[in-house]
Design a protein around this ligand. Sequence first.
Ligand SMILES: Cc1ncc(COP(=O)(O)O)c(C=O)c1O
Length: 445
Amino acid sequence: MSNAAEIVQKDLACLWHPFTQQKIWPSEPPLVISGGQGNWLVDIDGKRYFDGVSSLWVTVHGHGEPAINQAIKEQVEALDHSTMLGLTHPKAALLAAELARLTPPSLSRVFFSESGSTAVEIALKIAYQYWQLKGQSKKRTFVSLAEAYHGDTIGAVSIGGIELFHEVYRPLLFAKHTIAQPNKNKPGSAERSVADLARVLAEHAEEICALVIEPRVQGAAGMIIQPDGYLSTVCRMAHEAGVLVVADEVATGFGRTGAMFACQLEGVCPDLMALGKGLTGGVLPLAATMASEEIYEAFLGEFDEFRHFFHGHTYTGNPIACAAALANLALMQSRDILANVAARAAQLARGLAELARLDHVVDVRQQGMMCGVELAADKASGLAYAPGRRMGHQVIMAARRRGVIIRPLGDTVVLMPPLSSSEQEIAFLLEVVGQAIVEATEEGA
Ligand SMILES: Cc1ncc(COP(=O)(O)O)c(C=O)c1O
């Protein structure tokens, strides 16, 4: 087994980390994680950390869950991989049926890929091709929300709205319409967003393939929560204007928001849905794009009509990942994980109300087990910290010293613990985050 120094040396020599300024990466010795047990990560020296962001929003039952591990072991013995081009296999078919049963009733078909970005990319291509096949050749654009995040591939970036991540690529991207960001904590913002959508639909509906939306919570925007009724309103408006609805549930799906899928909180039936992250319980990369039967049927025809969906990835529907997903979904039901989410979300709400009282906390936001704590230099005016201060980062480093791993979005501290977290673990998370905010903001005052 290599020691920490050797790993760090090889990391610094050869690795390029995601969303990371590599110039300053070596200035803080990287933490080497070499184990995971339940809701905790373990570093190479044996120190334990509570996984406060579910390893980037994916972990459902904790790390090393025996039932998922067993399903993976059995699948490796039976069949490691086989292509889905021209062949099928049991786990993909069983998982597709299970997803069709669990998702809103509008969705009946499943197209597998490997990441949330590809699930979104596939939804965009299906939506576009659907309208082309229906003879609506003018439908070539999309509408999405300000500060939307749908992944990092070019199509997903095209409909994204986070300037810092997306603007530099604008010349490479397809055009889209943007509507204002609805924020439950900003009065009037949802009304503005609805008015924007009404105007865009009135002027351009015949050119728009789909409204693409992160239902209920815009995650990467900073855990921005939509007010009740917003989602169902905009989806109804899109449908009435002959525009499809693509629900990007990559972050919100699989119990995070308190329901199995965020759309179900408002009885919304999308035409397409992107799923990823928690699908395998956070164990293996697998994503799915769900489609309605009506969309699926538009692609049917004789072979030489070439109405096929010409898209596929080498590892589409990998059997091991599908086996992990089936085990995850079975456990979610047998353990009634949504009941735990309800209890822990109520506990988080109480804790966030305490954090809201701290000097530099200007907003707290929560939907189920997705939470954001926004920091600012001045509470009264809301004046932001200078970006170079990296206050969000200072807070997560202070939390790390106390045994909690979290990751911020700018100066918003994100709390997204595993759905299996216990009452004691959530209490520990809240206590540490409170202390870390006080320490970092006092030092930075
Ligand atoms: C709403 C949403 N869509 C898509 C993605 C992209 O997923 P991935 O990172 O697996 O490509 C993310 C990732 O955070 C997301 O939050």
